[in-house]
Design a protein around this ligand. Structure first.
Ligand SMILES: NC(=O)c1ccc[n+]([C@@H]2O[C@H](COP(=O)([O-])OP(=O)(O)OC[C@H]3O[C@@H](n4cnc5c(N)ncnc54)[C@H](OP(=O)(O)O)[C@@H]3O)[C@@H](O)[C@H]2O)c1
Length: 426
């Protein structure tokens, strides 16, 4: 049986999972591919050791992997951008196929890497970069290649979904829930990339590029995180029949693309509302297939490694003859301006509890063309909390009215705004 060597860069959380699956599922992989796919070498930093890894496989110079003629596939799992870019570029230039889970690298430098792959005739696969074990990239690139996808939105970061779910379930504040998530291993020691929305933004850039066949990079995706969500917002969401989720939202509007990441009110009867804990789910809407939801574990050693192995199998089975194009961005669509997006909003304001406050706020909304769907007010001492749900309006109009409202003497501090997503048009 023909042997296919794999060179693994990084033997951390995902890398060690790939090592485990290559060893434990070797028979399944050869039955699927007709070839013996084996771990040939592992690049790690000096001083590295792992109880499950034969120390004889470990090298400290990527050149040893690139020069090994038995290694046909390089799997990059060191994370980060600079060294990973250098290693992937060199591997592709050396004619090796590359499989990676590195969403930041693909979202920031995908175009360059696809060009290098094109020139050398190598495959570049990145299923594990988005939503862990969920085969969303394969679904978009292959299964749904002939369907027009109009909207891709979903929960693509497990850490923030765990935090939002736990805040909803317990009523505990953000800091307390995040600390608990770190203790339980659901959040990194430095969770910045997750809680800021940057991790989800990179994934949405990739999903948008594939779903709409037009390049979206991380720089094209504004992102808001969950650090400003309070227990009060969660309680209001519940009382109005919503849950708060950090969503990635990519829309194709009039042949233009809009991609963003933000926390959103999602109706409790929407399928995404029941996605709890660290799970991920991607919701696809299309004029051709209506709706599809893909759901599953978005991270973790073996779940993510299983997506990497799926890519390795895809490369092994298609490298010799058929070819799924690396880069599917064969259109060059413009971006739809964020200010022209039409959204509904939840707004929470602290106001002076005096007669006439509403009489100052509602005319401003009216003048800017924003109408109120419902309003709730609760006073304590001489301040009151005012909660508004707004009908869909151009975001520029909502922003302009809230800037004017924030400048009123009766309004204390900045308004909190959270978009509402997933409602059927009325
Ligand atoms: N963890 C997940 O659930 C998950 C899910 C989806 C995607 N991903 C992606 O998968 C990739 C790997 O993530 P991970 O969680 O497995 O990371 P990790 O646990 O930190 O593992 C990375 C490994 O690579 C080593 N390394 C770092 N720089 C290196 C270099 N220049 N040369 C050689 N070895 C180097 C690290 O060594 P040290 O520990 O000594 O630094 C570590 O052993 C990332 O791109 C991540 O975004 C991860």
């Amino acid at each position: 049986m023909e042997r296919v060597g794999v060179g693994l860069l990084g033997y951390g959380t995902v890398g060690s999972g790939v090592g485990t699956l290559l060893r434990d599922c070797a028979d399944d992989i050869s039955l699927a591919t007709g070839k013996q796919v084996y771990l040939a070498k592992v690049l790690e930093l000096p001083g590295f050791s792992h109880p499950d890894l034969d120390a004889g496989l470990v090298v400290h110079d990527v050149g040893e992997i690139l020069a090994d003629p038995e290694i046909q596939i390089v799997v990059e799992l060191i994370g980060g951008v600079d060294a990973a870019l250098e290693f992937e570029r060199a591997a592709l230039q050396a004619g090796k196929h590359v499989v990676t889970a590195n969403k930041q690298l693909i979202a920031q430098h995908g175009a360059e890497l696809f060009d290098v792959a094109e020139q050398s005739g190598a495959h570049l696969r990145f299923e594990a970069s988005c939503a862990g074990a969920i085969p969303v990239i394969k679904a978009l690139r292959e299964s749904l290649a002939a369907a027009q996808v109009d909207t891709i939105f979903g929960i693509v970061n497990g850490t923030t979904n765990y935090v939002m779910s736990a805040m909803s379930d317990t009523g505990a504040p953000y800091d307390e829930v995040l600390k608990k998530a770190q203790e339980l291993g659901f959040a990194e020691a430095d969770p910045t990339e997750d809680v800021s929305g940057k991790d989800a933004a990179a994934k949405m850039a990739i999903l948008s590029s594939i779903g709409f066949h037009s390049r979206t990079t991380l720089a094209d995706v504004p992102y808001e995180g969950i650090t400003g969500i309070t227990a009060a917002d969660i309680a209001h969401a519940t009382s109005y029949g919503y849950v708060i989720k950090l969503l990635g939202v990519a829309k194709l509007i009039d042949e233009r693309v809009n991609v963003r990441v933000y926390p959103a009110f999602v109706p409790m009867d929407h399928p995404l509302a029941s996605v709890g804990g660290a799970y991920n789910a991607v919701f696809l809407e299309s004029r051709h297939f209506d709706k599809i939801m893909l759901y599953g574990p978005g991270a973790g050693s073996i779940p993510t490694a299983s997506a990497v192995i799926g890519d390795i199998i895809g490369v092994v089975t298609t490298a010799a003859g058929g070819f799924v194009r690396n880069c599917t961005c064969y259109r060059d669509l413009a971006f739809f301006p964020h200010a022209d997006m039409v959204s509904s909003f939840y707004v929470r304001l602290q106001v002076t509890d005096k007669p006439g406050v509403l009489g100052q706020i509602t005319p401003i909304l009216g003048e800017e063309g924003v109408s109120v769907r419902s309003m709730w007010q609760s006073g304590r001492d001489d301040t009151a909390e005012l909660v508004l749900l707004l009908h869909p309006a151009r975001e520029a109009a909502v922003t302009a009215s809230l800037e004017r409202i924030a400048a009123l003497e009766c309004v204390q501090g900045e308004p909190t705004t959270i978009r509402v997503e997933g409602e059927e048009p009325r």
